[in-house]
Design a binder for this molecule. Structure first.
Ligand code: GTP
Ligand code: MG
Length: 387
């Protein structure tokens, strides 16, 4: 179970939400109109791409609302400047509503690869037929003050969509790998190699930058459900798994660790595998997405830890990354310098008590950077480290 200190961090994170554009229940704080909404797909002609580099079968993907436009524009700019201007990977944007024309115009202008704007099919953003909607509503009312986004219906649809459906979208079928990017996130450092090819060539199927502890009352019955799944389907458990990342007692309880999925680079075929599909359906049928508030981060992370081998999971110590209120900022001075990082190494969260990445290092017997102990103590969390 989590320590007092880690729980303190959870409370601090909740406070950070007060500064967000959306309130704790995912309602927009202002009533800005959406503008012209059109259901139009804009393509860049591949012939316009500036070089004939042989890309991997991969894409960026982002779920966003029209109101996320300028927060997302900053993210896209950052990803293009730090990485994609060299490689021109595609980028697929999803919304549960039509993207406005202005959204498409602005974002299309920033991307250097092919761009697609897609609406999520209704059935991927909805209740399955077996959910009692009245009960789900009551849960939302009861959890309003108990957890971030506790009262939000859309937040639950979003978590279920990322847990079980995005890899099934028609537009993603032709891709093998996807890099998830979110509005309001930033890349701190240059990335001068093809990250997708790195994953493929090194047999990596899941990549992350930050890992943290989940809010305990969002996942009350998740581990109990996972335990039942493991009993029923032992054949899916990888003998060289990373179980120790999510459980400190050989599977008896969940330690709340998860990869922070707002950044993830994932082999879509892993999510399309029989193991993952069976796992997601099993979880979905137990209703935790709606009767609790299961996040896609614990759901993905538990699957990654159980079904993949340790060596197939990669921590990107070199990808400087920020999502409020945390940074992955290379503490290795050479990496930091070589990659022109713009981040405060003192703010790196990797070895802090509220991060789980140290467990990953231990379990995979990865060498820690020289100065890791200097960065292992408690730290002051800033709401927005760019301010
Ligand atoms: N289209 C759409 N996108 C959404 C909705 N809710 C969340 N998202 C997107 O889903 C992703 C995750 O949502 P966030 O609100 O950032 O969730 P979070 O990262 O858990 O919470 P924060 O700490 O507040 O960032 C982001 O890319 C959002 O833009 C929604 O109702 N509709
Ligand atoms: Mg976010």
């Amino acid at each position: 179970m989590i320590t007092k200190k880690q729980y303190q961090h959870v409370l601090e994170l909740q406070n950070q939400l007060d500064n967000s554009k959306y309130d704790i229940n995912n309602d927009l704080r202002t009533n800005k109109p959406d503008g012209d909404q059109v259901n139009k797909i804009i393509y860049k002609d591949p012939k316009d791409l500036k070089n004939d580099y042989q890309r991997a079968n991969a894409t960026f993907f982002t779920l966003a609302r029209n109101d996320d436009l300028f927060n997302l524009a900053a993210t896209v700019r950052s990803v293009e400047d730090r990485f994609n201007h060299q490689f021109h990977y595609d980028w697929v944007f999803f919304n549960n509503e039509p993207f406005s024309q202005e959204f498409q115009r602005q974002i299309n202008n920033l991307c250097s690869g092919n761009v697609k704007f897609e609406i999520i099919p209704k059935e991927f953003w909805a209740y399955p037929y077996w959910v009692d909607k009245d009960k789900a509503k009551q849960v939302r009312i009861d959890s309003r003050s108990k957890m971030p986004y506790g009262a939000s219906e859309n937040y639950r649809f979003m978590c279920r969509f990322f847990s079980g459906f995005y890899h099934k979208l028609e537009v993603l079928q032709k891709y093998d790998y996807a890099w998830r990017a979110e509005p309001e996130t930033t890349l701190h450092c240059d990335i001068n190699y093809d990250v997708f090819k790195f994953m493929i060539n090194n047999d990596k199927h899941y990549g992350f930058t930050i890992s943290v502890y989940e809010f305990p009352n969002t996942v009350t019955s998740l581990w109990k459900t996972v335990t039942k799944f493991i009993e029923m389907y032992p054949q899916f458990i990888n003998p060289n798994n990373l179980l120790g990342f999510v459980s400190g007692d050989e599977g008896r309880t969940y330690n709340l660790c998860h990869f922070w999925t707002n950044f993830e680079i994932v082999d879509l075929n892993f999510l399309r595998s029989e193991a993952y599909e069976t796992y997601f359906n099993f979880l979905d049928q137990s209703n935790g997405f709606f009767y609790e508030r299961w996040g896609d981060a614990p759901v993905h992370s538990i699957a990654v830890s159980l079904f993949l081998s340790k060596d197939q999971v990669h921590y990107f110590n070199d990808i400087g990354y920020y999502h409020k209120p945390m940074s992955n900022c290379p503490i290795d001075d050479n990496l930091w310098k070589e990659n022109n990082c713009l981040c405060d190494q003192k703010q790196d969260v990797t070895f802090r008590p509220f991060s789980c990445t140290d467990k990953y290092y231990e379990l995979t017997k990865t060498n820690k950077p020289e100065k890791w102990r200097e960065h292992a103590g408690p730290m002051e969390m800033k709401g927005n480290q760019r301010e």
